[in-house]
Design a protein around this ligand. Structure first.
Ligand code: KIV
Ligand code: ZN
Length: 513
């Protein structure tokens, strides 16, 4: 039988460390459920000691998820580890993931500890974690840039104390595939008790090689767990992308020969969910999940694919979930059909009131847009989850006038808490006028770092526009997302959504901090 490869998803922890990607508890729960549906082996749900908010998210996820192991990150100290165990308590299958930096640079400059102190702390913390959990992962942070002799000592001690998984992070994305694969191989050969743990790879994408390095860690190094994120989300250039690494292993099973538990048809829905939730747009030419990943524009390619699909396609679009772009509901669809489609999409709304509010929005949308696709429903639900929980600002109405040769003008009415605000402004275009109108009364002073518009369902002007706006204020970066068939309205919603996120100040300790 082929070896099993464990897929460890860290979208909700390392992915969320990406500036502006922070998520609410409900958003994290929804993503965790989608990861479970995709049959991910391990879900790293967060870093319990980093904030009370993250603690509550992990707790909720550990209670909700039954078919994947739920994991919390912890620094190598008793307080963090106890907090992780407390958050995971009662979960069906859980893991504590302990880390401490082992590179000379990190030990001296960041931790201000001697190698001996780090060695002792690694040893004692794994010992303590094993008292609280039978499943303990140990990561020497910046492992790839660590002195190999020292790393061997630390890892040997961690395994001796009961670590069941050893993860070797390339924290700064410095590795080269052949060298990283060789590094893992040599650690496994040199450490006498290496066969007592599962070996894992964790690669960042600073040189664009996270997927290649992870695959080399598996193929050359013998690792049997890959840590990755949906859409490659993560700090700086991100982490190893789940969809790419999984489809490489599956498409080239002839070469890798490894068994995977993943239901790949859930990949595109997961990608859409993560990008709509975080506001991190997927580039059109991104492998597997980009809008163009299976589009053949040139006549020669189209002709070839029509004659024999495998002339230009090495994977089938439907195998990764690209089959959803079909009409699912319309103006005449009733509450039951709507509720059933929510169920089929795996969306669980918390209360009858939420179902009713979302259904009302669906009816409103169906009056303006003839065909409703799964992507539209997902956008509605995202919008509703923002609306019902922590929305301080909320768009009420917007009108705008633009005409060739005249300066566009916009009038906006919105709620700020319980107070209705109205404002108007002109601008370079109607979107600019709407944003300036909102700013003319709120004076947030936030700097706009990104404005992007995408069609939610591809290929037609009938689609809803999905706008992402990234704002920066006082060192914080947030993303707001808004969807509407009218892109000016979608833009105003996105702007207010970003301001809402700036309002809710969630403080977190970063794992790489
Ligand atoms: O990149 C890294 O080193 C990490 C560790 C905390 C595992 O994310
Ligand atoms: Zn990382």
């Amino acid at each position: 039988m082929a070896d099993k490869l464990i897929i460890f998803d860290t979208t909700l922890r390392d992915g969320e460390q990406s500036p502006g990607a922070s998520m609410t508890k409900d958003e994290k729960l929804r993503i965790a459920r989608q990861l479970e549906r995709m049959k991910v082996d391990v879900i790293e749900a967060g870093f319990a000691a980093s904030s009370n908010g993250d603690f509550e998210c992990i707790k909720a996820i550990a209670h909700a998820i039954k078919d994947s192991v739920v994991c919390s990150l912890a620094r190598a100290n008793d307080r963090d580890i106890a907090r992780a165990a407390e958050a995971l308590h009662g979960g069906a299958a859980t893991r504590i993931h302990v880390f401490i930096a082992t590179s000379a640079l990190h030990m001296e400059k960041k931790l201000r500890m001697t190698p001996e102190q780090v060695y002792e702390q690694a040893k004692l913390s794994v010992r303590f974690a094993r008292k609280l959990s039978g499943d303990v992962e140990f990561s020497p942070e910046d492992g790839y840039r660590s002195d190999p002799d020292f790393l061997c000592r630390v890892i040997e001690a961690a395994i001796h104390e009961g670590a069941t998984t050893i993860n070797v992070p390339d924290t700064v994305g410095y590795a080269i595939p052949e060298l990283y694969g060789g590094f893992i191989k040599s650690l496994r050969e040199r450490i006498p008790n290496s066969d007592k743990a599962v070996w894992s790879v964790h690669c960042h994408n600073d040189l664009g090689m996270a997927v290649a390095n992870s695959l080399a860690g598996v193929q050359l190094g013998g690792a049997r767990q890959i840590e990755c994120t949906i859409n490659g989300l993560g700090e700086r250039a991100g982490n190893c992308s789940l969809e790419e690494v999984v489809m490489a292993l599956r498409t080239r099973r002839d070469y890798f020969g490894l068994e995977l538990g993943i239901d790949t048809t859930q990949i595109v829905p997961a990608s859409r969910l993560v990008s709509q939730t975080t506001g991190f747009v997927v580039q059109p030419n991104k492998a597997i999940v980009g809008a163009n990943a299976f589009a053949h524009a040139s006549g020669i390619h189209q002709d070839g694919v029509l004659k024999a699909r495998d002339t230009y396609e090495i994977m089938r679009a439907e195998d990764v979930g690209w089959s959803t772009n079909k009409i699912v509901l319309g103006k005449l669809s009733g509450r039951n059909a709507f509720r059933q489609r929510l169920q089929e999409l795996g969306i669980e709304l918390d209360s009858e009131a939420e179902v009713n509010a979302t259904f009302a929005k669906f009816k409103e949308l169906a009056d303006r847009k003839s065909d409703i696709f799964d992507e539209d429903i997902l956008a509605l639900v995202m919008d509703e989850s923002v609306t019902s929980q922590h929305e301080h600002y909320r768009l009420l109405s917007l009108s705008q006038a633009s005409e060739t040769g005249k300066r566009p003008h916009a009038k906006v009415a919105f709620l700020a808490g319980a107070t209705q605000r109205e404002a108007e402004s002109d601008g370079n275009g109607p979107v600019d006028a709407s944003v300036k109108a909102i700013e003319s009364v709120l004076h947030s002073g936030a700097e706009m770092l990104l404005y992007s518009v995408n069609a939610i369902t591809s290929g037609s002007t009938e689609s809803q526009g999905e706008v992402t706006i990234r704002l920066q204020l006082g060192g914080r970066v947030v993303n707001g997302v808004g969807a509407d068939p009218d892109i000016v309205v979608a833009s105003a919603k996105a702007y207010l959504s970003a301001l809402n996120k700036l309002e809710s100040k969630v403080e977190r300790v970063s794992a790489q901090g």
